[in-house]
Design a protein around this ligand. Structure first.
Ligand code: SAM
Ligand code: SF4
Ligand code: SF4
Length: 403
């Protein structure tokens, strides 16, 4: 039962997990919903500031390099949908490394300074370090290197950390939803043990991924999605574990991305409550944002003098549900097969691959990306917060456009 037909996917064999099954919503294949980019007619000066319809600059690009994953996190790729009947994109649909690099160069021409590789699980893409080396060689119109990073579930990091570092990766974000094996295995749903992810984190640290200008590891980030009733008892153990590591531990509110995770508001633990809980146990001091458009509110572990001690590391709170940050969202997303998405909650993408494969030159690509970005008006989370989220159109899955 191919999900690329555009028909609603029928889900077989739901008996083994009745509670989840009741809540999983059948998949409608949003990957098929592609439209042509909007071409800018204005002349394009390289490195100029490209603002969308709400004045937000194009600054970050997230590139999904695969729609596959070796985990089945229930909040992202529930097993009941992403099973052996699910049809992933065929290899020929995927952008090649050369195509990704060419598009990335055009985005950089238009002001992008930060690139995050994601997925699915990006380390499943064969020879990813070759793509990393190609992207690491790009320079902004001012001659600066990019802020190049990657989000991974950490399962393959022990094997790949050195090659990624050698290829020019600067930092990495690793997802880990708890320290208790039973809780973590329930969340990844493939019996993957905590120890192996911790070894991946240690490998990243050992090769210097995420080392900051002060010799700490604040750019080695750990993402924990907090789901009320599932892993909130892991908040304090995770904090205790990473306090002292110099790394940044980020708590992410469980989001209503895609259509298949059976999201419910009562399973969202607001970041304000996470902070309250942490402050009952630890001294924390607020830190200022490092750059505009930053998704996390930053807090530092206080040392004995009551000031932030960077050697201890820091905390990030990502309140995507309770405190929307659409106002300065500067992120574009490039899907695995070359569609440009303007929002994590979008229901369609703009087909850049077709342009590439039809022989568009760089100027045409620049005009397509700049023109499409110029008319961007998305602000889903803000609207959701006001009870006005558009519900009539299904959204693309996060594993397909990248987190
Ligand atoms: N597979 C990689 C990983 O898990 O790190 C990269 C892709 S994953 C889609 C990117 C990030 O999105 C992860 O940190 C993951 O925990 C987060 N994520 C996925 N589904 C989410 C949801 N429903 N709510 C909040 N965060 C989510
Ligand atoms: Fe895979 Fe990452 Fe999604 Fe978990 S969050 S299923 S690791 S893509
Ligand atoms: Fe950006 Fe869309 Fe998220 Fe708002 S909802 S912060 S516009 S990705």
């Amino acid at each position: 039962m191919g999900s690329r037909s555009g028909a609603t996917q029928v889900i077989p064999d739901l008996g083994h997990n009745a509670r989840m099954a009741e809540r999983v919503i059948p998949l409608v294949d949003q990957r098929l919903a592609a439209i042509q980019p909007v071409f800018s007619t204005a002349p394009i000066a390289l490195g100029s500031f490209w603002a969308d319809a709400r004045g937000r600059p194009l600054h970050d690009l997230r590139i999904s390099v695969t729609d596959r994953c070796n985990f089945r996190c229930s909040y992202c790729m529930p097993k009941e949908v992403f099973n052996s009947d699910y049809t992933y994109l065929p290899q020929s649909d995927l952008l090649t490394f050369e195509e990704i690099t060419r598009l990335a160069r055009v985005f950089v021409d238009l002001g992008v300074k930060k690139i995050r590789l994601t997925g699915g699980e990006p380390l499943l893409r064969k020879n990813l370090e070759i793509l990393v080396s190609q992207l690491a060689a790009l320079r902004t119109p001012d001659g600066e290197p990019l802020d190049l990073t990657l989000t991974t579930n950490g399962s393959l990091l022990q094997r790949k950390a050195q090659a990624l570092k050698d290829a020019g990766l600067r930092r990495v974000t690793i997802s880990l939803d708890g320290l208790d094996d039973a809780v973590f295995k329930r969340m990844n749903d493939v019996e993957f043990p905590v120890t192996d992810v911790l070894q991946g984190i240690e490998a990243a640290r050992a090769v210097g991924l995420g080392l900051d200008a002060w010799g700490q590891y604040s750019n080695l980030k750990i993402n924990m999605v907090v789901k009320r009733g599932t892993n909130e008892d892991q908040i304090v153990p995770m904090a205790r574990h990473f306090r002292g590591s110099g790394m940044t531990l980020r708590f992410i509110e469980y989001m209503d991305v895609g259509n298949t995770n059976g999201w419910r508001m009562d399973e969202v633990l607001p970041s304000s409550l996470v902070l309250d809980l942490l402050r009952t146990q630890f001294d924390l001091v607020p830190l200022t944002a490092q750059q505009p458009g930053e998704t996390a509110q930053r807090w530092g572990w206080a040392g004995s003098d009551g000031q932030h001690d960077p050697r201890l590391g820091e905390i990030g709170l990502i309140s995507s549900v309770t405190q929307a940050f659409c106002g300065d969202c500067n992120r574009a997303r490039l899907s695995t097969e070359g569609k440009l998405y303007l929002c994590l909650f979008a229901h369609q993408g703009y087909d850049l691959r077709r342009l590439l494969r039809e022989g568009a030159d760089d100027d045409q690509l620049r005009r397509a990306i700049a023109g499409t970005w110029s008319q961007r008006n998305d602000r889903y989370s803000e609207l959701r917060g006001q009870g006005m989220a558009p519900v009539e159109k299904p959204r693309v899955e996060m594993s397909y456009i990248g987190g």
